[in-house]
Design a protein around this ligand. Structure first.
Ligand code: ATP
Ligand code: MG
Length: 446
């Protein structure tokens, strides 16, 4: 895991997300605390529980975005789940424990990747030898062949092989065909219908062991074969048991579980509330508190997994969550409504800001877009206006506005004579003013 300081984490997040400083600070501290805990002696380490975070804020202001960016940043096992996708144990649907299984799956991927990197060179060499065996099969000698002849044949074979090796390295043989033996993972028919991640415990692994591995021979180019052989070799070099153990440890110590839409599992009383929602909260309790979950890779203790929950809390307020659950999210951060100035910055500043995206997209058609400052200002102010007059959907409004603005251009771009298009305030007003002013219209279009 990268040992980023809180300030570095916030700086990184700043490159993608505008504002929301409190939320960024809170997650940065939480991430740093994981690293701090890792430095402690074992007895102290066991005592330090993560301080789970509850992010509260209106829709479209960056809650999920912060989580997504954080995941890429930390290198820790991280998954994002929607609370609404889960049901209480016994109901049809996913049970809450499967979150942990998913997290471990993610950790397995991380560990495997780093193990692969370690054996990279050896696997490459082995794959090359295998490939040469296929291209230049060793000579077969019968009993009658004289020793001398055998030696000669071997020598010649060795020479050809070295020649081929050079050609292989130069990529001269890439298009040549070879035949490979592939192992096929048999997936029992009865299981294919379900999502495999839902198949409980080690059922899947069990089947993989019981059902005989079938092999098949396939012809492919040297280029493809090299990749397949490399994969086979690195699989055989990696100790799967070790990977499993390391992954479980990683998930236990550094895992982060982002539970989105937590407010949606607050049973809204009096409206024929779904009983299973309250049940999801109840099922979440032990997991957040610390329990042991069985996965196909082994038992996982959830005591030190960091939970970040987020929700808009439009209708329900955080105090309507089950009291026990509230207590398990001691850190509350509120995200702010976005202002017109925020919109201006969101449109232009982040690394992949919307205007940059459209510029890049149209560039593929050889059309150069240029947004003037007053155009951006005007776009931001329309977005803000529509958010006020219809529904406030935060930065998502910018997507609909931009799409509307550039609709004609997106359609016509391939055939356009003009290769440079300047988007200025009049251009924006011409295309958006009527729609924005007409509230009925903007409800549907923007
Ligand atoms: N502060 C921000 N800076 C940059 N982009 C933002 C910001 N807030 C939102 N966005 C953009 O708006 C879109 C929606 O944001 P996001 O998914 O984070 O919303 P959310 O807060 O999770 O809303 P919801 O409650 O509906 O889940 C994303 O594409 C994101 O890039
Ligand atoms: Mg979200």
């Amino acid at each position: 895991m990268r040992d980023l300081t809180p300030r570095q984490i916030v700086d990184e997040l700043d490159r993608h997300i505008v504002g929301q400083h409190d939320a960024k600070r809170a997650v940065a501290i939480a991430i740093r605390n994981r690293w701090r805990r890792q430095q402690l002696a074992d007895d102290m380490k066991a005592e330090v529980a993560p301080k789970n975070i509850l992010m509260i804020g209106p829709t479209g202001v960056g809650k999920t975005e912060i989580a997504r960016r954080l995941a890429k940043l930390t290198g820790a096992p991280f998954i994002k789940v929607e609370a609404t996708k889960y049901t209480e144990v016994g109901y049809y649907g996913r049970d809450v424990e499967s979150m942990i299984r998913e997290l471990v799956e993610n950790a397995i991927g991380l560990v495997r990747e780093s193990e692969r990197a370690k054996v990279e060179e050896e696997a490459r060499q082995r794959a090359e030898e295998k490939l040469l065996d296929l291209l230049v099969p060793p000579p077969v000698a019968s009993d009658e062949t004289s020793d001398e002849a055998v030696n000669k044949a071997l020598e010649r074979h060795e020479r050809t092989r070295e020649k081929m090796r050079a050609m292989l390295a130069a990529g001269d043989l890439d298009e040549r065909k070879v035949e490979l033996t592939l192992e096929q993972k048999a997936v029992p028919m009865m299981l294919t219908g379900m999502g495999m991640e839902q198949v409980d415990l080690d059922l899947q692994g069990m089947f993989e062991k019981i059902i005989p591995r079938s092999t098949s021979r396939r012809e492919m180019t040297v280029k493809d074969a090299r990749r397949v052989l490399h994969e086979q070799e690195s699989d055989s070099l990696i100790n799967q048991e070790k990977v499993n153990a390391a992954a479980i440890e990683l998930a236990e110590d550094l895992g982060i579980l982002f539970v989105d839409e937590i407010d949606k599992v607050v049973a809204s009383e009096g409206k024929g509330a779904d009983v299973s929602r309250q049940g999801v909260q109840r099922d979440l309790l032990p997991i957040v508190e610390g329990t042991t979950v069985q996965t196909r890779y082994g038992y996982v203790k959830t005591d030190h997994i960091l939970f970040i929950a987020a929700g808009a809390f439009h209708r329900a307020s955080p105090s309507e969550l089950m009291p026990e659950l509230q207590g398990r999210f001691p850190i509350r951060v509120e995200l702010q409504d976005l202002t017109k100035d925020d919109f201006i910055r969101i449109l232009t500043e982040p690394k992949s800001a919307l205007t940059k995206q459209y510029e890049a997209l149209l560039k593929t058609e050889n059309v150069e877009l240029e947004f003037t400052a007053d155009a951006i200002e005007s776009l931001a102010s329309y977005a803000f206006q529509v958010n006020q007059s219809t529904q406030n959907i935060g930065a998502r409004r910018l997507y609909t506005i931009m799409e509307r603005l550039l609709e004609d251009l997106s359609f016509d771009a391939p055939e356009m004579k003009k290769r440079r298009v300047k988007i200025d305030a009049p251009y924006v007003n011409e295309r958006l003013d009527k729609v924005v002013k007409d509230e009925d219209l903007s409800q549907f279009i923007l």
